[in-house]
Each structure stands twice: as C-alpha cells, then as structure tokens.
Write a protein that binds this ligand. Structure first.
Ligand SMILES: *Cc1c(COP(=O)(O)O)cnc(C)c1O
Length: 387
C-alpha cells in the first residue's frame, strides 16, 4: 500500500467495530485479567498497555501512522516537539559527549544546546548550514551526534541529507533530523539514512493550530532506548492530542500540496518586488541550495521568507499594515501567519548574534495558509506599500 493510504487506514485495535471514527481512550491505566497477564506485560513479554505514560492505543495509532508516512520501524510520541528533541539528546548523549549542530535552528533547540546540555557536560560545535563541506573538521573523538533541520527555521537553508548521512556513517555518529518544516510529504530523512527523525506535530502535522505534540521515529532498537527514557521521565503525549493528530494526518497530503503550491506562487510573485532585498523558498531557482532541494524534496513546504529593505522599523510597519494575515508565534496553520523574528522571537539577541543565525533586521517569515492565493498575495502587497 502507498504510505499515504497506509497512514490513513492504520487504526487502533478495538473490540467494538461499529464506529467509523476512532474511539478515544481517555484512560490513565489499563486492566489485566489476572496476575500472570500483568506480570508478562511488566516483563515486556507482551505489547499490552499498562499505563498511559508508557503507551496508549490512541498514541500508538498516531505513532503507527507517522511510521507509515516516514518509512520508519518505530516511534515514540511526546507532549511537544521540544520534549521529543530533548528526549533524543538525553537518551543518546552523556557527560563528555559532543554534538554537531547547525547554527540556524529553532530558537528553543538553540537554548537547549547552549544553556541546558552544558550543565550535563555535553558540548557542541555549531556549523554552517549552507556549507556542509566544513562540518567534518569539527568532528572530535567524543562527537556522538549530528543534529540538523532542513529546511531550517527561519532561515530556510537546505542541507544535503545524503551527504550528512555519509558523514555520520563514516564517523559512526547518530544523524538526528528535525523534519518539521518539510513534513514526510515533501521529504523522508530516513530514506536518506537519518537514524532519528523528529517532528513538532504542533506545526504542519496538526496544521490547524489546536494541539501540541511531538514524535521521535527510527529503528526499533533506538526507539526502545527513547521509550525507556520517556517511560521513566514522563514527557508522553496525551491520548486526546494523539486522537486529534491521527485525524490531522488523514488530510496531511492534500493540505501540504496546497500549502506548498500557494507558497511557491507567493514566492514567485514577490521575487519581482522592488521593496524587498530577496525572497527565499527552497524551490525557487534563486535559492542557494536549489539543486539539493530539488533532489531531496518533492515540494518546498509552506514557509516563505523575505527581507524588507528598511530594517527593524519597516518590519514593525509591515506587521501593523497586514489586514488578513495573523500575527502569532506559530506556523503551520490553515490561516496564513506573518512574523518578524528580529522584533519578537530573536529580539533579545545582539545584532551580531542574530546575523550569525541568519536573522537580519528586515527578515519576515510567512507561514502560507490555505486561503485563496490571491488573497494572501494581495494582503502582503498592500502591506508592502506602507513600509
Ligand atoms: C516549533 C518547532 C519545534 C518545537 O516544537 P513544539 O511543539 O513547539 O515544542 C521544533 N523544531 C522546529 C523546526 C519548530 O518549528
């Protein structure tokens, strides 16, 4: 079966087959018929659910659907994207280990790598997302993992997954990829050799701005380690959020097709605008890593970035002039969203620090929604007139 059909048709096992929609298992624990069954479950001899911090039917359905989409053997779902990322670090890194990561990554991931991991003696080197040939020189005998996003948030750099995977294999490192921006509809990192694939399900996977969620996917042996870490530390996904997310996945392909075609249209139209220094989208021929994007992505995703000529002040004016687009700290919604990182998420950084992570004063990020593309374009065009 095609991965999309498999994801849509994968269902939780249930005793009553009457409902076409899935039942919701809002239960913190599960019963056993006798002591022997309970012993066997605790001894990992059966897959029976014990307690929803360990496993739950709705959560397993979401994980199974994600495995179908990403082409992975196993997964563990968490309460948010950050808990998935943190679990992947804490499971596979220990005191004295070293991590290689791209400088341009999601803000909270940057905080974990630079502020939290050092408390446990885990060091890192930041490398340039745009030039993978420079990464190898940062690998040391205690390097254990390469962590990357592609496309990156918010810089939209595209990293060659095949080259990253070869580098990881050569030095026996785990390749850990945050696939949040591309989604499995555009790119499947495990097909290129990634060991771990991570999602913030909060973004495109739900796609409707309703719930937080995350997942770590990969080979059985690796996910078992993630499971053991999470089972004891407790960042598990709630059954209700899993139920929502399983339904969301049924429309993921049709939503992403439209998000991506709206985004490409917007990028092409804006590229000619003289109020902008540049427009960035993975599948624009002017993108610096266009060839890599074309080789590994089947669509460019739903995020478009551009730089206003005027800096911080023009960024504020642009946001204030928008009439339809939402101003909110999220992305990956049916409704288009505009954000200005320099005055919001990255406002505490110095100019030099911001530039190092690829965020200039005039950078605007658009999460392109499902509205009619002419309406999205018209709102941006009228706001550009006012900056
Ligand atoms: C939002 C985001 C995360 C964190 O996800 P949460 O669900 O908000 O914890 C991680 N990576 C990327 C690329 C993101 O955009």
């Amino acid at each position: 079966m095609h991965p999309i059909s498999k994801a849509i048709r994968t269902q939780v096992e249930r005793t009553n087959e009457m409902e076409h929609s899935q039942p919701l298992f809002l239960s913190s624990s599960f019963c056993f018929d006798n002591a022997e069954e309970m012993r066997a479950a605790f001894a990992d001899e059966t897959d029976d659910n014990i307690y929803s911090r360990f496993s739950n039917p709705n959560v397993q359905e979401f994980v199974d659907r994600m495995c179908a989409l990403e082409g992975t053997e196993a997964g563990f779902a968490t309460a948010s994207g950050m808990s998935a990322i943190f679990a992947s670090f804490m499971t596979f890194l220990k005191q004295g280990d070293h991590l290689i990561s791209c400088r341009s990554i999601f803000g909270s991931t940057h905080t974990v790598i630079t502020k939290i991991l050092p408390k446990y003696g885990i060091t890192h080197s930041y490398v340039d997302a745009g030039d993978i040939s420079t990464w190898e020189q940062h690998i040391t005998p205690n390097t254990k993992m390469i962590y990357l996003e592609t496309p990156t948030n918010p810089g939209l750099d595209v990293i060659d997954l095949k080259v990253a995977s070869e580098l990881a294999k050569k030095h026996k490192l785990l390749l850990n990829v945050d696939n949040c921006f591309a989604t499995p509809i555009a790119q499947r990192p495990a097909d290129f050799g990634a060991d771990l694939v991570i999602h913030s399900a909060t973004k495109w996977l739900d796609g409707q701005g309703r719930v937080l969620g995350g997942v770590v996917l990969g080979k059985k042996e690796l996910i078992h380690e993630i499971y053991l870490f999470c089972r004891s530390t407790g960042p598990s996904l709630s059954p209700f959020n899993a139920w929502i997310l399983s339904r969301s996945l049924e429309t993921l392909e049709v939503r992403m097709d439209r998000h991506a075609s709206n985004a490409l249209y917007l990028a092409l139209q804006l590229e000619r605008n003289e109020r902008l220094n540049w427009v960035k989208y993975p599948l624009l021929p002017s993108h610096p890593q266009y060839a890599v994007a074309k080789a590994q992505m089947t669509n460019g995703g739903g995020v478009v970035c551009f730089e206003l000529k005027g800096g911080i002040e023009s960024g504020r004016k642009f946001l204030n002039a928008l009439k339809m687009l939402s101003l909110t700290a999220n992305l990956g919604d049916t409704r288009s969203i505009a954000s200005h990182p320099a005055s919001t998420t990255h406002a505490k950084l110095s100019e030099a620090e911001r530039m190092a992570v690829g965020i200039s004063a005039g950078l605007i990020r658009i999460s392109v929604g499902l509205e009619n593309r002419e309406d999205i374009l018209a709102d941006i065009m009228q706001a550009l007139e006012k900056v």
